[in-house]
Ligand binder design. Structure first.
Ligand code: PEP
Ligand code: MG
Length: 549
């Protein structure tokens, strides 16, 4: 049969246009959960061949892992490289090989054997009364799943081992998933769940790749797709497109690239309205590695550095020194331009490996952001110390997430003073920084005049402000129509914040996704916002929009 007629016309998946752009590429199906392998019985005569197949699979997995580790070292991510190097050691562990060989000799298939031995090892680690060792259990499962996947023939199990640029199809993608994808390996995201302000959408925008989220149960029909075409401008994807659809997507991709290129001239201009008002246009970053790209897009600083990604892309908590290195690299990359670090904001849809998160009925209304940090000073203090130390190397500012009242700011500032005293007593170099607060709870906006005396700036987090004001879960695809800051209630809260700030003499930025929305930019500026911070690829267009306001 000719190749053309082998194809189906493709399955269309309609969802939310969460991140712009068009892409076409191989599908990578991410369905987390334990990989199940059939407990196939083998023949006596197959034992030698199956043992050899096992060793080949280990070699393939370790080759991929060492390539990833090497790339990470080259890009300066030494601690992440360390994770992959530890995984190589686990894959090559002689005890693991011994356990698998024994089972294969008793006529069990190697894929089932490696999963079972892995589960045994993981079980032993998990039962240890040592948090570090217990956390290694998931690493063992990850590694043995990768070997089993190789044996079954469905390639690497985890996103971390993705080695071909692909469109990722998943029911949902957590920030800890997207943070592990090797650079350049994601061409786009298609997810069953999510809305424009879910973290998967935010990540796609900052990676400059298209995303269609909230396609719902339709995703189930696409989980065996080989190719995917995705249109993040119109909000749909096609699984296994036919040749005509592929050609149409190629055309759309070229047109989309052209539109992007037409904005290039705005990358290097200063953010300014047509009547000359200066508006700083900054980038939202999740890691220091993104600094160079953000500067290339024309970022005039960083309005939101989401520090939690540094904690989420690894299996154990980063030390104070590791944090210091990352914060220092980021401020040094931006020179005199400001870099605003948001202190750890976990909870909600962001879990933290290494910290036990209690079960919560309503995690978005729960123990998150500043609430959690103030309760766990052993987690918060190393971050504040690292920020104070990095502040000696650049224009660093700090802001707190999820603040609901002035007491929280005062408590956090007291902790900063304690850290300052400790560093001073130790003779460790540190600098001073401006402290600001995110306005992302309605309480913070309504009481902005009470908060203003405690801070140097406000940064409005419209993603959460919208969800809390409209009582609409930001990750729920059914509530997409409510996910907009262009609602009178939200605009009133932004207006209140700006008014309180003006009276107190502090400045106001917006770092939620609304800051990069062309329709909203004129309204935000009219209300008194003087800084807009967004996913870096949106910067040139925002500067163009400003120049026309
Ligand atoms: C926000 O809530 O608008 C924000 C910028 O923070 P995050 O999206 O990380 O919750
Ligand atoms: Mg928020």
């Amino acid at each position: 049969m000719p190749a053309d007629t082998e194809r189906t016309t493709g399955l269309r998946l309609d969802g939310v246009a969460a991140s712009e752009g068009v892409a076409l590429g191989p599908a990578f199906i991410h369905t987390p959960g334990k990989l199940e392998a059939e407990r196939r019985e083998i023949e006596e005569a197959e034992v030698e061949r199956e043992v050899a197949r096992y060793h080949e699979a280990v070699a393939t997995v370790t080759a991929k892992l060492s390539q990833t580790a090497e790339e990470m070292r080259e890009s300066g991510s030494t601690s992440e490289a360390g994770i992959f190097e530890a995984h190589i050691e686990m894959a090559e562990d002689p005890e693991l090989a011994e356990g698998v060989e024994e089972r294969v000799k008793s006529l069990e298939s190697p894929e089932a054997a490696v999963l079972e031995v892995g589960e045994e090892f993981a079980g032993m680690l998990a039962s240890m009364d040592d948090e570090y060792m217990a956390a290694r259990a998931d690493d063992v499962r990850d590694v043995t799943s990768q070997i089993a996947a190789e044996l079954i023939g469905c390639g690497a199990a985890g996103l971390a081992a993705l080695d071909t640029p692909s469109v990722i199809l998943a029911r949902s993608l957590a920030p800890s998933d997207t943070a592990r994808i090797p650079k350049g390996m994601a061409l786009g995201f298609v997810t069953a769940e999510g809305s424009k302000t879910s973290h998967v959408s935010i990540m796609a925008r900052s990676m400059g790749i298209p995303a269609v989220v909230g396609v719902g149960n339709a995703i189930e029909g696409s989980l065996s797709a080989k190719m995917v075409a995705i249109d993040g401008d119109s909000g749909y994807a096609v699984a296994d497109p036919d040749p005509d659809t592929e050609r149409e997507f190629e055309r759309k991709r070229a047109a989309s690239e052209e539109r992007k290129a037409a904005l290039d001239e705005f990358k290097d201009v200063e953010g300014r309205t047509a009547d000359g008002r200066r508006i700083e246009v900054s980038a939202n970053l999740g890691s220091a590695k993104e600094a160079a790209d953000a500067i290339a897009y024309g970022a005039e600083g960083v309005g939101l550095f989401r520090t939690e990604f540094l904690f989420m892309e690894r299996d154990e908590l980063p030390t104070e020194d590791e944090q210091f290195e990352v914060y220092r690299q980021a401020v040094e990359a931006f020179g005199e331009r400001p870099v605003i670090f948001r202190t750890l904001d976990v909870g909600g849809d962001k879990d933290l490996p290494g910290v036990e998160q209690p079960y919560e009925e309503n995690p978005f209304l729960g123990w998150r952001g500043i609430r959690m940090c103030l309760d766990v000073p052993e987690l918060f203090k190393p971050q504040l110390r690292a920020l104070l130390r990095a502040s000696a190397h650049g224009n660093l500012k700090v802001m707190f997430p999820m603040v609901a009242n002035a007491d929280e700011i005062v408590a956090a500032k007291n902790l900063i003073s304690r850290c300052r005293d400790e560093l001073s007593a130790e003779g460790t170099e540190f600098g001073e920084f401006d402290v600001g607060v995110m306005v992302e709870t309605p309480a913070a906006a309504i009481c902005a005049s009470d908060l203003a005396p405690e801070v140097s700036f406000f940064s409005i987090g419209t993603n959460d402000l919208v969800q809390y004001t409209l009582a609409a879960d930001r990750g729920n695809e059914k509530l997409e129509h409510l996910q907009t800051a262009d609602h009178p209630a939200v605009l009133k809260l932004i207006g209140l914040t700006c008014e309180a700030a003006r009276e107190a003499g502090v400045w106001v930025g917006v770092c939620g996704e609304a800051a990069g929305e062309p329709d909203l930019i004129p309204k935000l500026v009219a209300l008194g916002v003087t800084e807009l911070s967004m996913s870096a690829p949106r910067i040139p267009r925002a500067k163009k929009v400003l120049s026309e306001v």
